[in-house]
Write a protein that binds this ligand. Structure first.
Ligand code: NDP
Length: 231
């Protein structure tokens, strides 16, 4: 039994997720990293805070995997202070692709970026109490106020994720749990590529800041650089 509070970060193996883990553990927090390959994530994790991070198997697009992940934490009586739905994919799409390929790419993006976040939140919210924070890592590419062409699968998955943020913020707000979307900006990771202007430290900043606000955090907002942005 482990009654110590902790945070869950999905997609903790690399990129922004790994940096969120680094910042949280450095501040003294305990973190459960949901990863598809825990042994590889642990082997790559050589820093001095490694005793505060535990990697557990999680594929957010797979209901059985997510239920197993949640039941491990439940059996330990874990109190969750926060959840970061960070795991995400950017499916390849070409301008001339057929509509069936476009729909298939959209289905793939929705499975991970949208349903994965909904699934994990529903499974883990019962382990959170007032002041708990859920952060959905979204994207400016899902912003209706600034919608553009290309990458239709990714864009739609993040717009839908933002809708889920609003719905869950209403539902869990009554229990004092805050649910928000964050755009990390364009960040140098495997997904963002080498030309992106932001470091992973900058990309993780607003996410970690929100988690640390606890009960003072806003709810049902879309944020970038610690400021509210339009949906
Ligand atoms: P990366 O491609 O560097 O990392 C993606 C992470 O998600 C990896 O840890 C990967 O795990 C994990 N992942 C993917 N699918 C699954 C799954 N089904 N189950 C569990 N884990 C999974 O991406 P970033 O770090 O750049 O992106 C993190 C988040 O930030 C994403 O949600 C992305 O959409 C968002 N974002 C990123 C931007 C950027 O410029 N980089 C801009 C705006 C938003 P594995 O190692 O097993 O593949």
């Amino acid at each position: 039994m482990n009654s110590e509070g902790g945070y869950v970060v999905s997609g903790a193996s690399r990129g922004i997720g790994r940096e969120i883990v680094r910042q949280l553990t450095r501040s003294g927090a305990r973190v459960f990293g949901g990863v598809r390959d825990p042994a590889a994530a642990a082997a790559a994790d050589l820093d001095e805070f490694s005793e505060r991070i535990e990697y557990l198997p999680l594929d957010v697009s797979d209901g059985d995997s997510a239920r197993r992940f949640a039941s491990i934490l439940q059996h330990r009586n874990t109190k969750l202070l926060g959840l970061v739905n960070n795991a995400g994919i950017l499916p390849e799409q070409s301008p001339g692709q057929g509509v069936e390929d476009e729909i298939e790419a959209m289905r793939e993006a929705l499975e991970t970026n949208t349903f994965g976040a909904l699934r994990l939140t529903r499974l883990l919210a019962p382990m959170m109490s007032a002041g708990g924070c859920v952060v959905n890592v979204s994207s400016g590419m899902g912003q209706l106020a600034d919608m553009n062409s290309g990458y239709s699968a990714y864009r739609v998955s993040k717009t839908a994720l933002n809708a889920i943020t609003k719905i869950l913020a209403e539902e869990y707000g009554a229990r004092g749990i805050k649910v928000n979307s964050v755009c990390p900006g364009w960040v140098r990771t495997d997904m963002g590529g080498a030309s992106a202007p932001r470091s992973v430290e900058q990309g993780a900043d607003t996410i970690v800041w929100l988690l640390q606000q606890g009960a003072r955090a806003p709810g049902g907002k879309f944020l970038r650089d610690r400021q509210e942005i339009p949906w």
